[in-house]
Every structure is written in C-alpha cells, then in structure tokens.
Design a protein around this ligand. Structure first.
Ligand code: HEC
Length: 134
C-alpha cells in the first residue's frame, strides 16, 4: 500500500514539474540559439547596429515596450519606428516565421543580454495575446 501511495505522489510531482513553464535561464539559452540563426546577421553579435538602417538591440528603448517588441518580431515592422530617438523606416525587419514560444525565448535572450536586463520573463502566452501588428 505504501509503495502505491509513493508511486502515486511521485507521478503527480513529475506531472506538476513538466507542466511548469521553462525557467528564465533555459528560455534565454534557447533564445540565444534562435538569435544566432535568425537575427545575428542583421543585429550583430553585440546587438549593435551593423549598418545605419538597422537599429541596436543593446540599450534599445524600444525593447522597454513589450507589446511592440513582440509585434515587430511576430509581424515585422509595418510602420517607421523610433529607437533611442532615431527613426528607422527600412521595413526590412520582416517576420521570421517563429512560433510563440520561440519568440518568447528570443525576447528573453535579447532583453537580458549585453547591457540589457529585465527580470520579467516573457511567456508564449504573452506572444499569443498579440493578435495584430501594433
Ligand atoms: C534583414 C535584417 C533583419 C533581421 C534578419 C532581423 N532584423 Fe530586427 N530589425 C531590422 C531593422 C531594419 C529594424 C528597424 C525596422 C525597419 O526599418 O524595418 C529592426 C528592428 C527590430 C526591433 C525593434 C527595434 C530595436 O532595435 O529594439 C527588434 C526588437 C528586432 N528588430 C528584433 C529582431 C529579432 C529578435 C530578430 C530575429 C528573430 C530580428 N530582429 C531579425 C532588421 C532585421
């Protein structure tokens, strides 16, 4: 009887553990891989502009607006945007076809890398909640 009770409680623990969302550090780790594959060629290894038409991600004030940050990665840039007071209107930032979880991971990475830090973790649900370009 004790054995069954133990197995039962143990299974419940495993189930609870597996439905818990990813930790911030795991999300950042996955986000770094996505960044290298999809973003690095334009935004560079240091998150600095590599050309005048591409805005920086390091110390970007645009990233302080979570909803707009989600929107630009999910749908691309639909209108000119301002980053640290400078206008960018190349419209060359197009959606990379990432799913909600991948977008949350890459955001957790860029919001917490280089000089950026943000304790609030972005979830796949936050990304799902943005249904149209902002
Ligand atoms: C083809 C080049 C290119 C690629 C690839 C690209 N971006 Fe961008 N990104 C831009 C440009 C250019 C802008 C400015 C808006 C515009 O002019 O289209 C921008 C703007 C942004 C912004 C808002 C402004 C800022 O600097 O904070 C974020 C956030 C961003 N990109 C994140 C990403 C992420 C994350 C990826 C990878 C999933 C990515 N970008 C891939 C070129 C690119």
């Amino acid at each position: 009887m004790k054995f069954f009770l133990f197995t039962y409680l143990f299974s419940i623990m495993i189930i609870l553990f597996s439905i818990q969302s990813k930790s911030l550090s795991k999300s950042k780790e996955d986000g770094a891989i996505i960044y290298n594959d999809f973003c690095l060629r334009c935004h560079g290894p240091q998150g600095r502009s590599i050309t005048k038409t591409i805005p920086p991600l390091n110390n970007s004030d645009f990233l302080l607006n979570l909803k707009k940050s989600i929107s630009i990665i999910k749908f691309g840039a639909k209108t000119p945007i301002f980053v640290n007071g400078k206008e960018y209107s190349g419209n060359s930032m197009i959606a990379q076809g990432l799913d909600d979880e991948e977008i949350s991971d890459v955001l957790n990475f860029i919001r917490n890398n280089w000089d950026n830090s943000n304790e609030i973790q972005v979830s796949a649900k936050d990304v799902n909640d943005i249904k149209e370009p902002l």
